[in-house]
Write a protein that binds this ligand. Structure first.
Ligand SMILES: [Fe+2]
Ligand SMILES: [Fe+2]
Length: 167
């Protein structure tokens, strides 16, 4: 499985979870909280795996690429949107609006990643490397190592490094 297959597969799962949550009414609080816990875990794991494995190699191959800096920054923006949902009780009247903002950001980032970022990666990463990266991402444990340092682009806002603080 290549890194593109793996990342796309995780995107489809994340988008399905986001859609399911958006369809879940506020009254179904237990369902909402269970789905949201799964989303939190999988979204953070996905962003960490991308930064530590996929984006790290992209940065090494294209240290000056603005698209790569923007991808790191998109993770920071998503992290903040996630934190804004996390602080609200599940039955709060603002929950749906904050959640919809998060959903939009993730959807836009997925499009960007599977478009511009994949195109750039295919220019700089060989098919053999793409398979190795995909396997590495697949093997990354779901439970993050809190002591490890999350790879961050030196030109990015740096806030995505706080991803692990949310665990
Ligand atoms: Fe990403
Ligand atoms: Fe992604």
């Amino acid at each position: 499985m290549t890194v593109y297959d793996h990342v796309s597969q995780q995107h489809q799962r994340l988008l399905r979870l986001l859609e399911e949550l958006e369809r879940t009414p506020a009254e179904a609080m237990l369902v909402r909280s269970a789905l949201f816990a799964t989303l939190e875990e999988e979204l953070l794991h996905h962003a960490e795996a991308e930064q530590d494995i996929f984006y790290r190699m992209l940065f090494e191959r294209m240290p000056d690429s603005l698209a790569i800096v923007e991808a790191f920054d998109a993770h920071s923006t998503i992290l903040h949107a996630l934190a804004e949902v996390q602080i609200l009780p599940f039955d709060n009247s603002r929950w749906a609006d904050k959640f919809a903002a998060l959903h939009l950001l993730v959807r836009a980032h997925v499009l960007e990643e599977e478009g511009v970022i994949f195109d750039l990666a295919r220019l700089k990463i060989s098919p053999c490397e793409a398979r190795a990266l995909g396997e590495c991402m697949k093997e990354l444990p779901l439970e993050a190592d809190d002591d490890a340092t999350l790879f961050e682009h030196p030109a990015a806002s740096g806030q995505a490094a706080g991803l692990r603080l949310l665990h």
